[in-house]
Design a protein around this ligand. Sequence first.
Ligand SMILES: *[C@@H]1O[C@H](CO)[C@@H](O)[C@H](O)[C@H]1NC(C)=O
Ligand SMILES: *[C@@H]1O[C@H](CO)[C@@H](O)[C@H](O)[C@H]1NC(C)=O
Ligand SMILES: *[C@@H]1O[C@H](CO)[C@@H](O)[C@H](O)[C@H]1NC(C)=O
Ligand SMILES: *[C@@H]1O[C@H](CO)[C@@H](O)[C@H](O)[C@H]1NC(C)=O
Ligand SMILES: *[C@@H]1O[C@H](CO)[C@@H](O)[C@H](O)[C@H]1NC(C)=O
Ligand SMILES: *[C@@H]1O[C@H](CO)[C@@H](O)[C@H](O)[C@H]1NC(C)=O
Ligand SMILES: *[C@@H]1O[C@H](CO)[C@@H](O)[C@H](O)[C@H]1NC(C)=O
Ligand SMILES: *[C@@H]1O[C@H](CO)[C@@H](O)[C@H](O)[C@H]1NC(C)=O
Length: 411
Amino acid sequence: MLATWLGLAVFPILSVCQELSNANISTIKDRLADGAKQSWELGTRAEVLIELNATQFSVFSQSNKLPPPHTLPSGSNNSDLQAVFSIARSVVQGANITSPTGSTPLFVEGSAADPASVGNAVLLANWTNQSGAQFGAAAQNELNYLLFKAPKTSDGAISHRSDQVQLWSDFIYMVPPFLAYYGVLSGNQSLITESYNQIKLYRNYLRDPNASLWRHITMGSNADNGFWSTGNGWAAAGMLRVLATIQNSDFASSFGNELSDLKDWVKEIHTGMYGNLDKSNIFTNYATDPTSFHDASSTALLAATVYRYSLFVDDHTYVPQAENSRKALSASNSSGLVHFTSDGWLTPVVNPENMGTQGTQSPEGQAFVLSMQAAWNDWVADGSKGSGALRLLTNARWSCVCIILGLLLAM
Ligand SMILES: *[C@@H]1O[C@H](CO)[C@@H](O)[C@H](O)[C@H]1NC(C)=O
Ligand SMILES: *[C@@H]1O[C@H](CO)[C@@H](O)[C@H](O)[C@H]1NC(C)=O
Ligand SMILES: *[C@@H]1O[C@H](CO)[C@@H](O)[C@H](O)[C@H]1NC(C)=O
Ligand SMILES: *[C@@H]1O[C@H](CO)[C@@H](O)[C@H](O)[C@H]1NC(C)=O
Ligand SMILES: *[C@@H]1O[C@H](CO)[C@@H](O)[C@H](O)[C@H]1NC(C)=O
Ligand SMILES: *[C@@H]1O[C@H](CO)[C@@H](O)[C@H](O)[C@H]1NC(C)=O
Ligand SMILES: *[C@@H]1O[C@H](CO)[C@@H](O)[C@H](O)[C@H]1NC(C)=O
Ligand SMILES: *[C@@H]1O[C@H](CO)[C@@H](O)[C@H](O)[C@H]1NC(C)=O
């Protein structure tokens, strides 16, 4: 009888404690390392490793201004930061840069934009004087490619594809964060302005004000008018990286209006997306189409952007929804994690190379979970603002232990 009562009392509390263990994070990170092969996957992996475990080099750090330190912390050999440099090194070695003033992108491929996602890691490798590749020359070539060689619309939006002009929402994560970071590290204000301008142009082309969401692809032979959830996640996450890059730099005071726009534009996507979240707390692959399959990948990325928004804008409107999504993605039952395979792949996920179909292993999905975890860690450290629950209950596993002990003592 006592055991039954105890079970009834503890059960709901245990479910509040739901979170990914350190071992889970490590496994998810390993699967990301196994799976990341494509340009944007490598770039996204580098970015999330910094967010998760090299936070003093992250544009989201709230205690370190940009530019970052020139030297690595002494006495530590951060394996995650080494992995970031190793990505940058192998990509630059493969890029075959012949002239520092050329315009060879980091990858010569169908996408004009995705290679730039690795650009931030390349810039950081150059900034911290890593050896083994011509990082500075490669970053300069990538910039020249984007500014002077990639196809553009008549009003200057850089194409997402290299053979014809196509505008994809994904672009916002790939290119503007590189332009802004380049601008801050080289003290070149016009590059920061260009970063903002690209976002503004893309928003003009892709946003649907009625849905308060971005369409996926416009122009060219591959149009996708649907509100692809991952695409809205890429757009919100890319805008937040630009927002954080500017706000954490000495240029913040010169970009007041731009920062204000970026805040509005991220919120607009949150409004559109979270208005479509069903009881599962997982988005469908196309946000406004309840018949499309559920997609844990975009759900993790959007949750990450909500925690970052809460930290940078002090607006916590969608935190309760993001918390519901995070808890759903972290849930386990007696056979293990509900949203991961036994070897640590997130599920269910959209096929990252075919946006209309469900996939099995999504490297970007793995990265989005780590980004969510990194943002959540920072949000918890900042006091879990806007969670709408007792702070004690939302503050990590120690409070769970205390509550359970308290209950046991009360018996
Ligand atoms: C998640 O972590 C729990 C607790 O450490 C462990 O039992 C479980 O096997 C892990 N699952 C995966 C997929 O890593
Ligand atoms: C994070 O980096 C530190 C070194 O700075 C390393 O000891 C630690 O294992 C890393 N953490 C994870 C979760 O990989
Ligand atoms: C740091 O770690 C990397 C692999 O994570 C290793 O290759 C390198 O030799 C280590 N460097 C030092 C100085 O320990
Ligand atoms: C950068 O590294 C090279 C050797 O790889 C060294 O000669 C040079 O002094 C370093 N520069 C700085 C600023 O640390
Ligand atoms: C790379 O670093 C060097 C200094 O080590 C600097 O002069 C150069 O401007 C940097 N290149 C880029 C593209 O940031
Ligand atoms: C800023 O970067 C652009 C593009 O590389 C370049 O044309 C311009 O001269 C730079 N401005 C300054 C002040 O260095
Ligand atoms: C938005 O809704 C209004 C009223 O229903 C309609 O006239 C307009 O065409 C819609 N706009 C878009 C971009 O779908
Ligand atoms: C645990 O959750 C998974 C995924 O929803 C499900 O397939 C499995 O049947 C559940 N196991 C138990 C014991 O409830």
